[in-house]
Design a binder for this molecule. Sequence first.
Ligand code: ZN
Length: 328
Amino acid sequence: MTWRKLSETQGKVVKIITNSIRKERLSHAYLFDGPKGTGKREVALQLAKTFFCEKKDQFEPCEVCSDCKRIASGNHPDVHIIQPDGQTIKIEQIRQLKKEFSYRGMESVRKFYIIEDAEKMTTSAANGLLKFLEEPDGQSIAVLTTVEVHRILRTILSRTQIISFVPLTPLQLMENLEKDGIPKPISKLLGQLTNDLDEAYQLYHDDWIAQARGIVIQLGEEVCTRPHQVMLTLQESWLPHFKEKNQLNMGLDILLLWYRDVLRTLLATDDQLIFVDQIDKLERHALKSSQRKVSQHMADILEAKRRLNANVNPQLLMEQLMLRLQEG
Ligand SMILES: [Zn+2]
């Protein structure tokens, strides 16, 4: 890993840190805040390598010395990573860390520790850590990471330099999901619906998103070619699948993406399609429609989303939407 590579996704974060390295003004405690999957751990480990490596080229660690190698393989004696033990990070874990620190000079006088999911520290663990952060000796660096910065004690916030990681772009999220073997049509859709990798995996779980997508495709097709079936599909597939309000909201988002793809097909900008494997159906839909009609239908779906937020009965709302979508 290199800082250059990390800057492709977290340019601002890398700039702040590498500037501090250049000026030899690294903070003794950082708090990395940002959604899961944004590279907080990678950046922390890269910082650890830079901190220990004696052969760095400017600020890029060499990756071949024993410090770099041991950090990469997770067994550097002066780099500690604390993760939640079950639901919480407990005071015992912080005590253990302090003990490690008291064996100064295992390898050098420097120490580096990472506390992941720091919002999960119990109050006593957080207070224990606080003493630690209050007595920096200039030879150690702490990196706390969190997805919920509002749950971190104010006293800890005030003693750390907070660095915010930006959410992944749809493309970055999609690439992450594809790397994990999630098929392209699904990962493309997930990239549009969320920028949180965790949420993406939850939606993928149990095939929920694949089924949701199938229902939207079916309904989109029926609206323009077999309108007599629409209400049946609504009753038998749509309403049972999109039970909760937030699920229905997402169903409407997917339907909106379908219509946007129809519009892109009409405009011949189909290199940006989300439903990449449904070109035949999109073209059939486009043939029966027009730019004006599709734009109207997208507005209808947005209106349905607004009414959903105003707590209109979901069944009524969907039935009315289906009637509108069938109108020329
Ligand atoms: Zn090195």
